[in-house]
Design a protein around this ligand. Sequence first.
Ligand SMILES: Nc1ncnc2c1ncn2[C@@H]1O[C@H](COP(=O)(O)OP(=O)(O)O)[C@@H](O)[C@H]1O
Ligand SMILES: N[C@@H](CC(=O)OP(=O)(O)O)C(=O)O
Length: 422
Amino acid sequence: MDIFKFGGASVKDAAGVKNLANIVRDYKNGNLLIVISAMGKITNRLEDLTHAYLSQSDEAHAIFDEIKNFHFQIIDTLFEGKANPVYDDVANTFVEIDWLIEDEPDNDVDYIYDQIVSIGEVVSTKIVAAWLNETGSKSLWVDARNFIQTDNTYKEGKVDWLKSNQIIQRDLVPLLHENIIVTQGFIGGTSENYTTTLGREGSDYSAAIFASCLNAAALTIWKDVPGVLNADPKWFDETEKIAQLSYHDAIELTYYGATVIHPKTIKPLQNKGIPLFVRSFIQPEGFGTAITKENNPLPVPSFIFKVNQALISIFPKDYSFIIEENLSKIFERFHKHKIKINTMLNSAISFSVSVDDRSAQIEKLINDLSTEFTIKYNKGLELVTIRYYNQNTIDRVTVDKEILLEVKSRHTCQMVMKNKIA
Ligand SMILES: Nc1ncnc2c1ncn2[C@@H]1O[C@H](COP(=O)(O)OP(=O)(O)O)[C@@H](O)[C@H]1O
Ligand SMILES: N[C@@H](CC(=O)OP(=O)(O)O)C(=O)O
């Protein structure tokens, strides 16, 4: 059996849903489970709705109406106004949120976030399952929250692998023999049946969980690019497709920020030796990229850009070395304020890190550290990571840039830079 994952970009409109159905219709290799994300950028709008509701802004109802209209327009285009149970099914899902936002919010903001934001995936899968059935691909909508079991860390649910595996084996495997299964990415359920989400962009990870628990032959992620490229085409005019990538390189690239695949996706697949194919839903006949255990080095250097970086330099006030005790204090504070370090470098009495610039969090971190450390803080920077770098590639990305921090290992070079002042 195979797993297909379709992200928001592939189902951003009715034409996308039809294209998905064509890809599914052409699949002839046996049982299939499809994991789908929310349509287009709806998760961002659901986040806006959550914030509006939590701050009791008048905008909440207008945003929610816009979200509903967006989906009903897609349903209207697909079904051309013909009576189909999907209208009621989707309307009933929205009613749950109508009820929720009628009441005043309580303090559990992450819980509220998950109950609202998760409906993007619930609704998109209902629409796609209905369309597959309408066009002759016999499909069954299943609720991922019954299968992907998590703890109650709302917004970042931690997967209970043992329990999820047992339930998937017991309840999902029998359903696969008769239908194409359509389910949601990004969402899970707690033991008390509350909805959790697995972290933004988490649908790839969901697909990998299903692939692992079902011992799938392969996972295919359908994208708007021909496969994994050696750089994000949004930043680079000239990119090359990488036909084959090792699990190891895939983890490194995604960890450093190649947003084409969620970084947590690779491990479950690697652990079971399940290949991951990244293919284009625009040109489904293309081969895409195969991510497998084959350990060939990348044929070309790969670039990852992250903008909006802050460089924080930390110096012990008492001039003590940056060794175990100071390092553990510093890491403990980063952990406490949930700030992810993108790259780091230390000297005898300084420790520098580049992080995504989220001012409110960083301010709290700096306050917390400043009793014992002197802090210097630089904003508006870029971080470039080059996997399999050479001097040419470094020269190419550093034209007119001043390098503030550089970290090199055998295969990876990272530089934090700013524009040179003319
Ligand atoms: N190395 C890379 N190779 C291919 N695409 C990349 C790479 N790095 C970033 N991307 C970006 O990832 C995008 C696809 O991801 P995304 O828009 O999140 O899709 P989806 O909604 O299907 O999850 C591409 O359009 C591309 O801009
Ligand atoms: N819809 C969720 C989960 C996800 O992974 O979406 P996508 O597959 O479109 O990146 C999000 O936007 O975070």
